[in-house]
Write a protein that binds this ligand. Sequence first.
Ligand code: GLN
Length: 484
Amino acid sequence: MSAVPSTALEIAAAVRSGQLSALEVLNDHLARIDARDGEINAFNLVMADEARAAAVAVDAQVAAGEDPGSLAGVPLALKDNLCTRGIPTTCSSRILEGWRPPYDATVVQRVNAAGAVSIGKTNLDEFAMGSSTENSAFGPTRNPRDTGRVPGGSSGGSAAAVAAGFAPISLGSDTGGSIRQPAALCGVVGVKPTYGMVSRYGLIAFASSLDQIGPFSTTVADSALLLEAIAGHDSRDSTSIDAPAPSLLESLGQGVDGLRIGLVTELMGEGIAPDVAARVRQAADALAAAGAQIGEVSVPAAAYGLSAYYLIAPAEASSNLARYDGVRYGMRVDAPTTAEMNAATRTAGFGDEVKRRIMLGTYALSAGYYDAYYGKALKVRTLIMRDFEKAYADFDLLLTATSPTTAFKFGDKTADPLSMYLNDICTIPTNLAGHPAMSVPFGGGSDGMPVGVQLLAPALGESTMFRAAAVLEAVAPALDEVWS
Ligand code: GLN
């Protein structure tokens, strides 16, 4: 048994008080990675040397009587689409081979400034496009709870790293569900903050109007701790909200007495597996028992979220990914003319799903189709925002499943993109609205794999959302408890 505690809050407290050294904590986690990441493949890169230097620096601060910060000595894993200065950042794509960013993402600067020890870069679906981490150029990540199954995606490596105990906390990005869905499938907590709460500076862009960075952890409190550390205004992101980081930890114990929580009708029926829907109802009952008023609420346009997303996100991606031209970043395949070099580089460098998205997006934005596809999708986006606004007139929070099923087996959905896209049916509407949402583990499905329930809040409603999450965490059934 290791003497190192399992949560970030406990580790930081022990390191700050000098009870435990950051180096001991790090070595314990590096040993776990050595023992099991060959099988899991959560990491594209383990930054052992840099992490040791960071841990030694934290220990020196403690020895000098200084406080290293709220994440003192806490090992943290970074999704490999977050820029790390001088350290390969690949987006799990061949096209970025050999590229080293000249700067750190704002979130990386902030976790470092809070005393965290960045332990490695985690695997993802190439450019964060996918729901299973099977689209990585470096091979899939395996679900630590059953290595025959996917961890979800696109932040599958960050979710698996936390579920496997390689790091107590990690960062991912969520454009249409890429934090919440893998959190649900791996049985950990995952949070997508309000759009603009966390700086996107140094997050390699997929769909800029939807992308948000957020935390993974094993406990609700650790996600609150990490979100407090990374949130807050950043002048280098023009969409950053000009407000200080919210105080979340202090609201965790406040309970849900009197809160109005709505079950979204459109996301309870068709397409949601019965065992998952049963857990959502059980979660609603638990919130009611804790004093919340539960009702049903309709968000009609949510049913069109997926269709709108698969026009808007690829449209933005086709523009964002135009920069990978063989000149400015990473790989180049030489050819006689510049145009041929661009084409050869992109043909060799991008995987099939990324190519599919670029084609979808280019088509949706092309003259003659723009109004019919992209323009219409933007209108649907506005309707979704209005429907949420109406729902939040009557409810403080909404509750749905995070993912329509538990973790599926490798290869089950790779042949049919639509079945893969349907994974995000419950998570996408909040990205389109710009609202916060989080997944909290809530027992298992009929196959014994984790189920996540999703709490949704209006913009900047994080502290209410975390209060309800803490209640759900406290009463969540064990994974192996019979569900029916
Ligand atoms: N699975 C969705 C997609 O493939 C969402 C991805 C994400 O949130 N980055 O686009």
